[in-house]
Design a binder for this molecule. Structure first.
Ligand code: AMP
Length: 424
């Protein structure tokens, strides 16, 4: 199936094209026609399945093709400001050719710009529950014209204690409306919330294609001072597509990117000391294929939305389990499979155990065949310093296989260049 067959308005279709999508993901294929028919939808799907576009595209279609009163016509409620920003970004990107305006509302920032944006007018509001209630209380937002309500990541909102807030928000919405309800899991309290707010819903269930399912995890025990050589040997021996490498500090990101560049890899750093325009250039270059490798810190990586990342390599162990899931969530997106390799020194053992508890399984320990791990490593299988070729796990022919990450091959080495995109 392609997007043309979904009968979306041409202006919305232009947004899809601009995003570079060629065919809808399973949840989009199922949900978009239902939403366009005006049905309530219960979507059982996680992040990474393309669910944002599954609700945003038909919302944009509805708002552009059906005339309505001035005011807020679509309300999307989400648990975190990061998710709210992502959804807002999707509305802005897909809706570029429409004249629709989207506003975000969340706490922890000055409310005044939000109030002013609402006063200027917006058809779409993407909000976290707490601040939305504040604005309702202050009379800064009128939700009486809302035609479509989306509750995104409902189970997470429930975990975060937002259920009472959501029930209060619902009282300010018209009862005659279309409701779309997304949740990755369906515990009893979520089920009863869904039952109470959805009218004759159609359930759309997507076999979990979340990062945890499409990403295979492996741990490479290695002493800190051998990490760089291990990474180089790995890049030399493993067919990869786009590779995202995480380091603990900005300095390590910058230095590692320089080292890789000196080895002839097409690489950029992405870290907080770089000016915003340089960061954007690094992300764009990575997305467009100018760089095969991006070496990033956690904070700087938040804005990365590149679907075709085949490998995430944790050069340094993340500080929290949350950071681990966030990092590995950068690969295995939109149904592509990916691999997450984590370099772990002995000090990292407690964090490894926490991550394994989260995944509910032991992470496979691997050693790169023939790599010299140095004298401190026990069970070192080989002491030769020249890396042997590992069996490729992906086709190295540019990745024509459907089930493998797109465009996997060995990262191309270019002549070392003098100009670095890694400073700042
Ligand atoms: P989501 O589950 O909405 O967070 O989307 C996960 C990722 O998939 C995002 O990076 C989207 O840009 C991307 N995506 C969504 N729909 C498609 C599509 N039809 N084709 C390719 N990528 C998509």
């Amino acid at each position: 199936m392609n997007f043309e067959q979904l009968s979306l308005d041409a202006r919305v279709l232009a947004g899809v094209k601009a995003a570079g999508y060629t065919s809808p993901t399973p949840i989009q294929e199922q949900a978009i026609p239902l939403v366009m028919q005006g049905r309530d939808v219960l979507g059982l799907a996680q992040t990474g399945t393309g669910k944002t576009a599954a609700f945003m595209l038909p919302i944009l279609h509805h708002l552009t093709t059906q005339k309505g009163p001035r005011g807020v016509r679509a309300l999307i409620v989400a648990p975190t400001r990061e998710l709210a920003e992502q959804i807002h970004q999707a509305a802005t990107d897909y809706g570029k050719q429409t004249r629709l305006r989207s506003v975000t509302i969340y706490g922890g920032v000055n409310p005044r710009p939000q109030v002013e944006a609402l006063r200027r007018g917006a058809e779409i509001v993407v909000a976290c529950p707490g601040r939305l209630l504040d604005h309702i209380g202050a009379g800064a937002i009128d939700l009486s014209k809302v035609e479509i309500l989306v509750l995104d990541e409902a189970d997470r909102m429930c975990d975060m204690g937002f259920l009472p807030d959501i029930r209060r928000i619902l009282k300010h919405l018209p009862t005659r409306r279309q409701t779309l309800f997304f949740s990755a899991t369906m515990p009893q309290d979520i089920r009863s919330l869904a039952d109470s707010i959805l009218t004759d819903p159609v359930t759309v269930q997507i076999g979990i294609i979340a990062p945890a399912e499409t990403v295979s995890h492996a741990l490479y025990p290695v002493p800190d001072k051998r990490k760089k050589d291990l990474l180089l040997a790995m890049l030399d021996n493993t067919p990869t597509g786009r590779v995202l490498v995480f380091t603990r500090t900005k300095r390590r990101a910058r230095n590692l990117a320089l080292d890789l560049e000196n080895q002839g890899y097409r690489v950029s750093a992405l870290q907080g000391n770089m000016a915003q325009n340089r960061r954007q250039k690094a992300i764009d270059g990575f997305r467009d294929g100018k760089y095969d490798i991006l070496v990033a810190t956690d904070i700087a990586s938040r804005g990365i939305d590149v679907t075709e990342i085949s490998h995430v390599i944790n050069f340094d162990m993340p500080d929290t389990v949350d950071a681990y899931t966030h990092r590995i969530g950068r690969t295995g997106r939109a149904e592509l499979s990916g691999e997450a390799f984590t370099f772990a020194s002995q000090d990292d053992e407690p964090m490894v155990r926490d991550i394994e508890r989260l995944l509910g399984t032991r992470i496979e320990r691997r050693q790169l065949e023939g790599f010299d791990y140095g004298p401190s490593m026990v069970n070192n299988r080989s002491q030769t310093s020249q890396p042997n070729r590992q069996q490729p796990r992906y086709p190295s022919n540019g990745g024509s296989s459907q089930s493998s990450p797109a465009n996997t091959s060995r990262p191309r080495r270019s002549q070392p260049r003098r100009r670095y995109d890694t400073q700042g």
